[in-house]
Design a protein. Sequence first.
Length: 185
Amino acid sequence: MNRVPALLFAVLPLGNLADAESLRIVPTEGTFFALDVEKTKLWAGRKHVFHFSRYRGEIENSSVVFTVETGSLTCKDDWVKPGQIKDIEKAAFGLLEPAKYPEIRFVSTRVVPGGVEGSLTIRDVTRPIAIGVKDYEGAAKVKLSDFGLKPPSSALGFAIGTKDEMTVRFKLKAERVQAPAARSK
Protein backbone atom coordinates (compact mmCIF):
# COMPACT_ATOMS: atom_id res chain seq x y z
CA MET A 1 0.00 0.00 0.00
CA ASN A 2 1.40 3.41 -0.98
CA ARG A 3 1.31 5.65 2.07
CA VAL A 4 0.80 9.36 1.36
CA PRO A 5 2.06 11.42 4.31
CA ALA A 6 -0.18 14.27 5.38
CA LEU A 7 1.26 17.76 5.52
CA LEU A 8 -0.54 20.87 6.67
CA PHE A 9 0.73 23.38 4.14
CA ALA A 10 -0.99 26.60 5.03
CA VAL A 11 -0.29 28.83 2.10
CA LEU A 12 -3.65 30.57 1.98
CA PRO A 13 -7.31 29.78 2.44
CA LEU A 14 -8.49 27.10 0.01
CA GLY A 15 -11.09 29.38 -1.52
CA ASN A 16 -8.30 31.60 -2.79
CA LEU A 17 -6.31 28.64 -4.12
CA ALA A 18 -8.95 27.87 -6.73
CA ASP A 19 -9.01 31.48 -7.98
CA ALA A 20 -7.34 32.05 -11.33
CA GLU A 21 -4.93 34.64 -9.96
CA SER A 22 -1.17 34.55 -9.60
CA LEU A 23 0.23 34.67 -6.08
CA ARG A 24 3.81 34.72 -4.84
CA ILE A 25 5.28 33.51 -1.54
CA VAL A 26 8.56 35.04 -0.34
CA PRO A 27 10.08 35.59 3.10
CA THR A 28 8.66 38.70 4.72
CA GLU A 29 8.61 40.00 8.26
CA GLY A 30 6.63 37.68 10.52
CA THR A 31 6.95 34.64 8.20
CA PHE A 32 9.20 31.60 8.57
CA PHE A 33 9.93 28.12 7.31
CA ALA A 34 11.45 25.87 10.01
CA LEU A 35 12.46 22.30 10.68
CA ASP A 36 12.40 20.72 14.16
CA VAL A 37 14.55 17.63 14.67
CA GLU A 38 13.91 15.82 17.96
CA LYS A 39 16.67 14.12 19.89
CA THR A 40 16.53 10.67 21.54
CA LYS A 41 18.19 8.79 24.39
CA LEU A 42 19.94 11.12 26.89
CA TRP A 43 18.71 14.22 25.05
CA ALA A 44 15.12 13.00 24.63
CA GLY A 45 12.71 15.92 24.90
CA ARG A 46 15.13 18.35 23.26
CA LYS A 47 15.13 19.36 19.63
CA HIS A 48 17.25 21.17 17.11
CA VAL A 49 15.40 24.05 15.45
CA PHE A 50 16.52 25.05 11.96
CA HIS A 51 15.20 28.03 10.00
CA PHE A 52 15.51 28.48 6.26
CA SER A 53 15.90 32.11 5.21
CA ARG A 54 15.39 31.60 1.47
CA TYR A 55 12.24 30.09 0.06
CA ARG A 56 9.74 30.97 -2.60
CA GLY A 57 6.44 29.82 -3.91
CA GLU A 58 4.09 30.44 -6.78
CA ILE A 59 0.39 29.81 -6.95
CA GLU A 60 -1.25 30.07 -10.33
CA ASN A 61 -4.47 28.60 -11.69
CA SER A 62 -4.84 26.24 -8.69
CA SER A 63 -1.25 25.01 -9.02
CA VAL A 64 1.31 25.38 -6.20
CA VAL A 65 5.10 25.21 -6.52
CA PHE A 66 7.11 25.82 -3.33
CA THR A 67 10.91 25.70 -3.07
CA VAL A 68 13.25 25.92 -0.08
CA GLU A 69 16.96 26.63 -0.59
CA THR A 70 18.81 24.03 1.52
CA GLY A 71 21.91 26.22 1.85
CA SER A 72 19.93 28.88 3.74
CA LEU A 73 19.60 26.71 6.87
CA THR A 74 20.65 28.13 10.26
CA CYS A 75 20.40 26.50 13.68
CA LYS A 76 18.32 28.50 16.19
CA ASP A 77 18.91 26.29 19.26
CA ASP A 78 18.99 28.15 22.55
CA TRP A 79 19.88 25.13 24.70
CA VAL A 80 23.33 24.28 23.34
CA LYS A 81 26.61 26.11 23.83
CA PRO A 82 27.22 28.79 21.17
CA GLY A 83 30.28 26.91 19.92
CA GLN A 84 28.16 23.83 19.18
CA ILE A 85 25.87 25.63 16.69
CA LYS A 86 28.44 25.36 13.86
CA ASP A 87 28.85 21.60 14.49
CA ILE A 88 25.07 21.09 14.44
CA GLU A 89 24.77 23.09 11.20
CA LYS A 90 27.66 21.11 9.70
CA ALA A 91 25.82 17.83 10.45
CA ALA A 92 22.60 19.22 8.91
CA PHE A 93 24.45 20.40 5.79
CA GLY A 94 26.09 16.97 5.59
CA LEU A 95 22.63 15.42 5.48
CA LEU A 96 21.10 17.92 3.03
CA GLU A 97 24.21 18.36 0.83
CA PRO A 98 23.26 21.83 -0.46
CA ALA A 99 26.03 21.91 -3.10
CA LYS A 100 24.60 18.77 -4.72
CA TYR A 101 20.91 19.21 -3.79
CA PRO A 102 20.27 22.97 -3.53
CA GLU A 103 16.49 22.75 -3.15
CA ILE A 104 13.65 20.98 -1.41
CA ARG A 105 10.59 21.26 -3.65
CA PHE A 106 6.83 20.70 -3.48
CA VAL A 107 4.75 20.63 -6.68
CA SER A 108 0.99 20.20 -6.53
CA THR A 109 -0.81 17.85 -8.88
CA ARG A 110 -4.42 18.68 -8.03
CA VAL A 111 -6.65 20.62 -5.70
CA VAL A 112 -8.83 18.45 -3.46
CA PRO A 113 -11.43 19.37 -0.86
CA GLY A 114 -9.50 20.91 2.04
CA GLY A 115 -6.11 21.01 0.35
CA VAL A 116 -3.83 19.93 -2.44
CA GLU A 117 -2.00 16.76 -3.44
CA GLY A 118 1.42 16.70 -5.01
CA SER A 119 4.98 15.58 -4.68
CA LEU A 120 7.74 16.50 -2.23
CA THR A 121 11.34 16.16 -3.41
CA ILE A 122 14.29 16.00 -1.00
CA ARG A 123 17.75 15.10 -2.37
CA ASP A 124 16.28 13.95 -5.70
CA VAL A 125 13.89 11.51 -3.97
CA THR A 126 10.25 12.33 -4.67
CA ARG A 127 7.31 11.07 -2.63
CA PRO A 128 3.58 11.77 -2.94
CA ILE A 129 2.08 13.99 -0.30
CA ALA A 130 -1.36 15.31 0.63
CA ILE A 131 -1.47 18.84 1.98
CA GLY A 132 -4.28 20.40 3.96
CA VAL A 133 -4.74 24.12 3.35
CA LYS A 134 -5.73 26.26 6.30
CA ASP A 135 -4.94 29.92 6.68
CA TYR A 136 -1.24 30.75 6.50
CA GLU A 137 0.35 28.51 9.16
CA GLY A 138 1.10 24.82 9.24
CA ALA A 139 3.09 21.88 10.53
CA ALA A 140 3.88 18.42 9.23
CA LYS A 141 5.73 15.26 10.12
CA VAL A 142 8.16 13.95 7.50
CA LYS A 143 10.31 10.83 7.90
CA LEU A 144 13.93 11.09 6.84
CA SER A 145 13.95 7.41 5.86
CA ASP A 146 11.11 8.02 3.36
CA PHE A 147 13.66 10.06 1.41
CA GLY A 148 16.56 7.63 1.81
CA LEU A 149 18.16 9.63 4.61
CA LYS A 150 19.62 8.25 7.82
CA PRO A 151 19.09 10.31 10.98
CA PRO A 152 22.40 11.88 12.02
CA SER A 153 24.16 10.61 15.12
CA SER A 154 26.82 12.07 17.35
CA ALA A 155 30.14 10.67 18.39
CA LEU A 156 28.17 9.41 21.40
CA GLY A 157 25.66 7.57 19.20
CA PHE A 158 25.04 5.00 21.91
CA ALA A 159 23.84 7.78 24.25
CA ILE A 160 22.53 10.54 21.96
CA GLY A 161 20.42 10.08 18.84
CA THR A 162 18.05 11.77 16.43
CA LYS A 163 14.51 10.70 15.58
CA ASP A 164 13.71 9.57 12.03
CA GLU A 165 10.67 11.85 11.98
CA MET A 166 11.06 15.61 11.78
CA THR A 167 8.51 18.39 11.96
CA VAL A 168 8.20 21.08 9.31
CA ARG A 169 6.63 24.30 10.64
CA PHE A 170 5.85 27.46 8.77
CA LYS A 171 3.98 30.69 8.65
CA LEU A 172 3.78 32.08 5.13
CA LYS A 173 2.19 34.97 3.34
CA ALA A 174 1.02 35.06 -0.25
CA GLU A 175 0.83 38.28 -2.22
CA ARG A 176 -0.76 38.97 -5.58
CA VAL A 177 1.56 39.21 -8.55
CA GLN A 178 0.93 42.39 -10.43
CA ALA A 179 0.11 41.83 -14.09
CA PRO A 180 2.43 43.71 -16.44
CA ALA A 181 1.05 47.06 -17.48
CA ALA A 182 -0.46 47.12 -20.95
CA ARG A 183 1.73 48.93 -23.46
CA SER A 184 0.18 51.85 -25.26
CA LYS A 185 0.77 52.26 -28.99
